[in-house]
Design a protein around this ligand. Structure first.
Ligand code: IPE
Ligand code: IPE
Ligand code: MG
Length: 244
């Protein structure tokens, strides 16, 4: 019998961010409509969540819908929102029971009522949990995130609530959707694409990037652990000389 691979994560890893890509192509390769790839995608999230728990990773971000994804056909957008709502309904009890906090990053005002309400309900129900954070990036754009923070800070300055010289990086970060979360340590994009697609631009400043050819519906524990191993072998120098 093949020996089960054991992996011990010794490098500090607080926040892993996923770009769950390749779902449409996964479906196409099987002769299925694209939206069945999106349905299958939602079934992978909990296995990845459990693997994060296993390795004591405090925070995970999932890119569910970008500000650019409005450019897709309306029926694909509708399916994506259906599957997201189903996911919230199915998993919220369990997530709450293990102390997970659901954070939503992105402009939910533009979402249809049922999706927005599912987000708000999940957030409200879990907001006092602190064991682990699941950050769902929904109608999220990194540039939008930064512009909104600028606007909020400009407003504070205009009202005399902040001294311009007091605006530093931590202060700015607290005005982003991801306020309160650590910076991204590891950014994983599935499906072979090697770009950020407007994902967590500020938060990824010093992240390690791992690009895997595996499409998200095939991205299971083993594929994730391969990424963790790659991360562990990286030298994080933060501009200095020491390897962390
Ligand atoms: C990513 O999968 C999910 C969303 C963008 C919502 P895709 O739908 O982009 O799948 P591919 O990249 O077309 O295969
Ligand atoms: C990024 O994937 C957005 C999500 C995974 C939600 P896309 O498939 O939309 O990105 P591009 O268009 O290939 O850059
Ligand atoms: Mg894609």
């Amino acid at each position: 019998m093949p020996k089960k691979k054991t992996f011990v994560l010794t490098k500090k890893l607080q926040h892993v961010a996923f770009i769950m890509d390749g779902n449409g192509r996964w479906a196409n390769l099987r002769g299925l409509p694209r939206h069945l790839g999106h349905r299958e995608a939602m079934n992978r999230i909990m296995e990845i969540f459990e693997t994060c728990r296993e390795f004591n990773i405090y925070c995970m971000s999932f890119y569910a819908f970008s500000t650019e994804n409005w450019n897709r056909p309306q029926d694909e957008i509708d399916h994506l929102m259906d599957y997201l709502e189903e996911w919230f309904a199915k998993e919220i009890d369990y997530l709450d029971s293990v102390g997970a906090r659901l954070q939503i990053s992105g402009d939910i005002a533009r979402l249809r009522d049922s999706t927005r309400n599912a987000c708000i309900a999940a957030y409200e129900r879990t907001k006092n949990n602190n064991a682990i954070v699941v950050n769902v990036c929904l109608n999220y754009g990194g540039r939008d995130d930064i512009v909104r923070a600028c606007r909020a800070i400009a407003q504070e300055a205009k009202e005399g609530k902040v001294d311009i010289d007091a605006i530093d990086e931590p202060y700015f970060g607290e005005h982003l959707y991801t306020h309160g979360l650590p910076d991204v340590d590891l950014m994983i994009r599935t499906s072979g694409e090697q770009r950020l697609s407007n994902y967590l631009l500020w938060q990824n400043a010093y992240a390690e990037f791992v690009f895997t050819p595996v499409k998200w519906p095939d991205f299971k524990r083993k594929a994730f652990i391969d990424c963790l191993e790659e991360f562990q072998n990286r030298n994080r120098r933060y501009g200095g000389l020491k390897n962390e």
